[in-house]
Design a protein around this ligand. Structure first.
Ligand SMILES: NC(=O)c1ccc[n+]([C@@H]2O[C@H](COP(=O)([O-])OP(=O)(O)OC[C@H]3O[C@@H](n4cnc5c(N)ncnc54)[C@H](O)[C@@H]3O)[C@@H](O)[C@H]2O)c1
Length: 512
C-alpha cells in the first residue's frame, strides 16, 4: 500500500471541476456563489445519520459531483477503515482527514459527505466551511441504533454496549457539532426528504444577499432574503451566538412573527425568552427600558445573552438601547419588520429612547451582531407604514444612489428586494465612513431636522417617514432658495414623493 500516493492527491487529477457541475450551479440561480462562497456543499453528522445516502441523492439532484471522504480515504490507501485503524491507529486516520479537508476545499461543485468525526477539529470545520455550506445531520439515539444494526465496518462501535458508546461519542462531539450552523434532524425523515431540505437550505442561502458593514470594532452583515425569519437561529448561531436569549417585540408584530422566530431559535439550540412591550412611539421610553432590564434579570440573561429585536424602528431602538446598557452591553440582533427599520433604523448602530423634551435624547452607539431582513414580513405591514418607509428609501436615493432614485421614478418600488438592498447599501456606506456621526453621517439626516420637529408638533400623529418626506420637501425648497440646488431637482423630488402618496407639506406650511 502506497501512503505517498495519498499525500500527492493523485486521485484528484482529471476527475473534477466538471462542466456538468458548473451548469447545474446556474440552474440553482447561483450567480451569488462568489459572494456566498458556496462552492461546495458539505454534509456531516454522526455515523448513521445518512450523510452518504443523502449526499449522493443531493449530488444526483443538483448534478454535482459526490465525494464520500471515508470511501476516498479507503480507496487511496487501499484498505478499509477498520484496517486503517488497526494498522496505523486513529491518529493517522484523522491526519488523512485533515489533509483531505484542505484538498477538497480547493475544489468547486462538490457534495462532500464527511466522516462522522472529520469536522470535530475546529480547523477542518473552518477550512471546509470557507469553501461552502456546512450542514450537520442529526438523529435520535434509538433510531441510530436501529439504522446501524449489526454493521461491522465501524471501528468505534466495536464494543459490547453500543448505546453507551454512541451516547458517549455524541456527548464528546456535541460542542463541535453545535458549532455547525445548519442542522437537520433526520430521525423521522426519508433520505429523499432530507435531500429536499438540504437543497431548500442551499437555495435559501444562495438567494440571500449579504451586505457587509464595517465598524471600528470589526463589522457585521445584513442578511437580506425572503423567508429568512425561519433561519434566524441558524444565522445567529453562525455568528457565534448561543444560549439564553431575549426576543423583544410588541403584540402586533409578536403575534404575527414571534412563533416562527422562536421556533427557529429553539431549533438552533437557543433558549429564548419572549418579552412583549406595548406598541408605539409613546413607549420608546426609559420606563420601557427599565421594564426590559427587570425581565432580563428575572429571566437569567447574562453578559453573553443576545437580545433579538423583532419589530419596527421603535422596537429596534428600545431593545437596542436596553442591549447597549444591560451588563455594559450584550449582543444585539436586529430583526426589522417595517420597511423603515429595514432600510434605516436597523443599520448603523444608533439606539435610543425618547425624553419628554425630545426624540432620541437618551441613546448610545451599539453595533448589532447581525441584521436579518426578511421582506416577506412586509406583507402585513399597514400601507401607510410602508409608504412612510418609502420616504427613507427615497432619501437613500437622493443622498447616495442616483440609480435607486431613477429606478423609483421609472419603475416604482419593485423588485422590492433590490430596492431594499440598494437603500441598505447606501446607509451602510455612510455609516462605515462616519460610524459616530461626526461628519458625513449628517447626510442621513436629510429631511430629519424639520421632520423631527414636525413629528413632535403633530404629537406623533405624523409618522416618522411622513415627517421625513415633508422635511425633505422643505429642505429642498430652502436649498433652492439659497441657490444650493436646482429647481428641477426639487421638482423631481416632489414628484417622486407624491407618486408614492407621501406628504410634501404639513400644518398649513406649503414649501412651494
Ligand atoms: N436608530 C436609527 O438609526 C433610526 C433611524 C430611523 C428611524 N429610527 C426610529 O424608528 C422609529 C420609527 O420606526 P417605524 O417606522 O418602523 O415605526 P414603528 O416601529 O412604530 O412601526 C410602525 C408600526 O408598524 C407595526 N409593524 C411593524 N412591522 C410590521 C409588520 N411586518 N406587520 C404588521 N405591523 C408591523 C408596528 O408594530 C407599529 O405599529 C422612530 O422611533 C425613529 O426615531 C431610528
Amino acid at each position: 500500500m502506497e501512503v505517498s500516493k495519498w499525500a500527492s492527491g493523485e486521485y484528484e487529477s482529471g476527475k473534477h471541476a466538471s462542466g456538468q457541475a458548473a451548469s447545474s450551479l446556474q440552474t440553482c440561480k447561483l450567480a451569488n456563489l462568489r459572494t456566498c462562497k458556496l462552492a461546495n456543499l458539505i454534509i456531516t453528522g454522526f455515523m448513521g445519520t445518512g450523510k452518504t445516502s443523502v449526499g449522493r441523492e443531493v449530488a444526483r439532484r443538483l448534478g454535482w459531483e459526490f465525494v464520500d471522504m471515508d470511501a476516498l480515504i479507503e480507496e487511496r490507501l487501499g484498505m478499509s477503515i477498520p484496517e486503517i485503524f488497526a494498522t496505523y491507529g486513529e491518529g493517522f486516520f484523522r491526519r488523512q482527514e485533515k489533509e483531505l479537508c484542505r484538498e477538497l476545499a480547493q475544489r468547486r461543485g462538490l457534495v462532500i459527505a464527511t466522516g462522522g468525526g472529520a469536522l470535530v477539529p475546529e480547523e477542518n470545520r473552518r477550512v471546509l466551511g470557507e469553501s461552502g455550506l456546512l450542514i450537520c445531520l442529526t438523529c435520535e439515539v434509538d433510531e441510530l441504533l436501529r439504522r446501524l444494526g449489526e454493521v461491522e465496518d465501524r471501528p468505534l462501535l466495536e464494543v459490547a454496549d453500543r448505546r453507551r458508546r454512541i451516547e458517549s461519542l455524541l456527548a464528546q462531539r456535541r460542542e463541535a457539532y453545535g458549532r455547525i450552523p445548519h442542522h437537520i434532524d433526520t430521525t423521522e425523515l426519508t433520505v429523499e426528504e432530507v435531500a429536499e431540505r438540504v437543497i431548500e437550505l442551499l437555495r435559501s442561502e444562495v438567494a440571500m444577499e449579504r451586505i457587509p458593514v464595517r465598524t471600528p470594532g470589526g463589522g457585521y452583515e445584513v442578511h437580506l432574503g425572503r423567508g429568512l425569519l425561519a433561519r434566524v437561529g441558524d444565522l445567529a448561531r453562525r455568528r457565534g451566538l448561543r444560549g439564553r436569549a431575549a426576543l423583544v417585540t410588541n403584540p402586533t408584530v409578536g403575534g404575527l412573527y414571534a412563533p416562527a422566530a422562536v421556533e427557529s431559535l429553539r431549533k438552533a439550540g437557543f433558549d429564548p425568552l419572549v418579552i412583549e412591550v406595548p406598541d408605539g412611539e409613546a413607549f420608546k421610553t426609559l420606563d420601557t427600558v427599565r421594564f426590559l432590564y427587570d425581565r432580563f434579570v428575572d429571566g437569567g440573561l447574562d453578559r453573553a445573552s443576545p437580545v433579538f429585536a423583532l419589530g419596527g424602528g421603535v422596537i429596534g431602538d428600545t431593545a437596542g438601547f436596553a442591549a447597549a446598557t444591560y451588563m455594559r452591553g450584550v449582543p444585539l440582533v436586529q430583526l426589522p419588520t417595517s420597511l423603515l427599520a429595514m432600510v434605516d433604523a436597523s443599520v448603523g448602530g444608533k439606539v435610543a429612547v425618547d425624553h419628554p423634551k425630545g426624540k432620541n435624547l437618551i441613546g448610545a452607539f451599539h453595533q448589532p451582531e447581525l441584521v436579518i431582513v426578511d421582506p416577506d414580513v412586509l406583507a402585513t405591514l399597514p400601507e401607510g407604514e410602508f409608504r412612510a418607509g418609502l420616504a427613507e428609501v427615497i432619501k437613500a436615493g437622493v443622498i447616495g444612489s442616483p440609480a435607486l432614485f431613477e429606478h423609483l421614478e421609472r419603475r416604482g418600488a419593485e423588485p422590492l428586494e433590490w430596492v431594499i438592498g440598494e437603500a441598505i447599501r447606501v446607509k451602510a456606506a455612510v455609516v462605515e465612513e462616519d460610524p459616530y456621526e461626526r461628519g458625513r453621517r449628517a447626510v442621513l439626516n436629510l429631511g430629519h431636522t424639520f421632520g423631527h420637529a414636525l413629528e413632535v408638533l403633530s404629537g406623533f400623529s405624523l409618522r416618522h417617514g411622513e415627517a421625513v418626506a415633508v422635511g425633505m420637501a422643505i429642505a429642498a425648497e430652502v436649498a433652492v432658495g439659497l441657490g444650493l440646488c436646482e429647481g428641477s431637482v426639487r421638482e423631481r423630488l416632489m414628484a417622486l414623493l407624491r407618486k408614492f402618496g407621501l406628504p410634501t407639506a404639513c400644518g398649513g406650511y406649503e414649501p412651494e
